[in-house]
Design a protein around this ligand. Structure first.
Ligand code: SF4
Length: 334
């Protein structure tokens, strides 16, 4: 990806019919199977916004994130950052524009390096500034994520989980990326620390003018900071809209079930079985028609035969013309 990317493009990220298919198994005795991990996903993320991406584990969220980070190649479709396609960009070039913050700060930080080395690594890789300037930037970044100066000389093992996640955030933001992929960034942390980290992410977003793609199975977390939400089921987006549209008036039965599961005593366990019949289907053998139909409490005969398109739904005469407030849903009866 070149520096010709247009920072004025109103969309920080655009996915156009993005798909990723894996071939599984195969050999002398077994036929290989096809897994459509991400299936024809189109999504537009306006600059400066937080797009929440939610769904049960195995729905394709993480594969989608890996494609954005250049860790796996799409089978088809395009990814545009600032209006420029990234298909042929190498990982190093991509890293200037997109940075990840992962779930587990324990495994994403090198335990043998001091925090100053870890946070300054992107500057060294991209040869930005002199060693002295790099050290100053690291110090400034640690301060911005709420860590004291002395943290620079510590090792990850000397820090708490919340402090380590602050280090991971400092490392991700030191290059001032356009887009940050937050992949379950608080789910390994104590509940008391989660809110601090979420608030820090929000503050830094405003400070640096960042755009987040925030991946989570936890709707309560997403509700705290997302402007818009996309709900994934078996590799497809089944509903997308503003936070208010999704939380106040979910249209898709799967979104409704996810919201119901968030209200159960153990949120995060996925869609509750009650009223939904079967569990999550084998993704290598997705159901015909609407893939949600075996679990859908309001399915009709048509649902097992025809796959519903993700279509815009009218939100009222004035709003329906605005792309940013338009909701989309993939259900024959939404
Ligand atoms: Fe349920 Fe049918 Fe809508 Fe799918 S299309 S969510 S099965 S009602």
């Amino acid at each position: 990806m070149s520096s010709a990317a247009n920072p004025r493009d109103p969309l920080a990220l655009e996915l156009c019919s993005l798909s990723k298919t894996f071939k599984l198994g195969g050999g002398m005795l077994h036929k290989s199977q096809t897994l459509k991990a991400v299936n024809d996903v189109s999504l537009r993320v306006p600059r400066g916004q937080v797009m929440g991406l939610v769904g049960e584990s195995g729905c394709g969220k993480s594969t989608l994130a890996k494609m954005l980070l250049g860790l796996t190649k799409p089978s088809s479709g395009d990814v545009l950052i600032n209006g420029k396609a990234i298909v042929n960009a190498n990982q190093k070039a991509l890293a200037r524009h997109i940075q990840p913050i992962f779930q587990d700060p324990y495994s994403s930080l090198n335990p043998r390096q001091r925090i100053a080395q870890i946070v300054g690594l992107p500057l060294r890789i991209h040869a930005i500034g002199t060693p002295k300037e790099q050290a100053l930037k690291v110090e400034e970044m640690l301060d911005m994520v709420g860590l004291p100066k002395r943290a620079a000389q510590q090792y990850p093992g000397q820090m708490s989980g919340g402090q380590r996640q602050r280090v991971a955030i400092a490392r991700a933001l030191i290059m001032r990326p356009d887009l940050v992929i937050c992949d379950e960034p608080t789910s390994a942390l104590d509940v008391s620390v989660q809110a601090q980290i979420l608030n820090l992410l929000l503050d830094l977003k405003d400070e640096f003018g960042l755009t987040y793609l925030f991946i989570s199975h936890d709707l309560a977390v997403v509700e705290h900071l997302a402007d818009r939400l996309a709900v994934m089921y078996l590799g497809r987006i089944v509903e997308e809209g503003t936070r208010e549209q999704i939380f106040n008036a979910p249209r898709h039965p799967y979104t409704q079930a996810l919201l119901a599961s968030a209200l159960t005593p153990e949120p995060g366990l996925g869609v509750p079985d009650i009223g939904l019949g079967a569990g999550q289907p084998d993704p290598t053998q997705p159901p015909s028609g609407c893939a949600f139909h075996p679990r859908c409490p309001v399915a009709k005969p048509q649902c097992s035969q025809q796959s519903p398109a993700l279509s815009a739904i009218a939100q009222g005469a004035t709003q329906a013309t605005h792309q940013s407030s338009q909701a989309r849903v993939a259900c024959h009866f939404a």
